[in-house]
Design a protein around this ligand. Structure first.
Ligand SMILES: [Zn+2]
Length: 227
């Protein structure tokens, strides 16, 4: 059983037993979230932009957690005295709670010091039989059709805010192509450039008979959604 908590923007916490995994931990955006309460063992970062790398370095140091990221991002974190696992695209990576694979995202990746962050990634997690696809920042891509065939994701975390990523209309197509039963929108309404019509997304998903779970980061203190 994996418990999924939406921290806000593209940040999620997956709880597996007494351990937690953070993805794109831009946690400073949500003052209600306190990472100190969780036993964070692993942190995943899709790319180097500050709204995704977030507070990964501080959290990794405080919790002695490992950061898994594309090599350039991982090297930046290692230079900041973090334990890291540098990776590339396309290979299953094993952990004691399950496995993950980095996949291409059509986006850029620059680190806070302006250096090149390598390729941007989406990340697919396989945790106790539940497959969660975190799209990172990407546009719609026909790759999603292949992911449906190969990985059969159960839950898809999709950006809907547009400007830097896919927008509502494209995320609806992405959900269809990925074939996930549950879709959780992310990367919207946090900045003026990523304003999205959430109701329209929910309506379009209903028409497609896909369960759209809108998670409210303001309710972070409540019980996480059971998946
Ligand atoms: Zn972003």
């Amino acid at each position: 059983m994996v418990d999924l908590k939406y921290i806000g923007h593209s940040a999620f916490e997956f709880k597996v037993g007494d351990k937690s995994i953070l993805v794109d931990p831009f946690v400073s955006h949500n003052p209600k979230y306190d990472y100190k309460k969780s036993n964070i063992v692993d942190i995943f970062v899709t790319h180097g932009h500050s709204d995704h790398l977030g507070e990964a370095i501080d959290i990794a140091k405080a919790k002695k957690a490992q950061i898994t990221a594309i090599a350039e991002v991982a090297t930046y974190c290692a230079n900041n005295k973090c334990k890291t696992r540098p990776v590339g695209l396309g290979s299953w990576l094993n952990y004691d709670w399950g496995r993950a694979i980095f996949l291409p995202a059509y986006h850029s990746s620059t680190l806070p010091d302006g250096s090149y962050g390598g390729v941007a990634a989406s990340i697919l997690f396989d945790i106790e039989g539940v497959r969660i696809f975190h799209a990172g920042d990407t546009c719609l891509t026909a790759d999603f059709k292949t992911y449906k065939e190969i990985y059969r994701p159960n839950i898809a975390l999709l950006p809907i805010g547009g400007t830097y990523t896919m927008d509502v209309e494209h995320a609806v197509v992405a959900a269809d192509w990925l074939g996930a039963k549950t879709v959780i929108p992310m990367h919207y309404n946090t900045f003026p450039e990523v304003q999205a019509d959430l109701n329209r997304f929910v309506q379009l998903m209903q028409i497609n008979n896909t369960n759209c779970a809108v998670l409210n980061p303001e309710q972070i203190d409540q019980e996480p959604a059971k998946k």
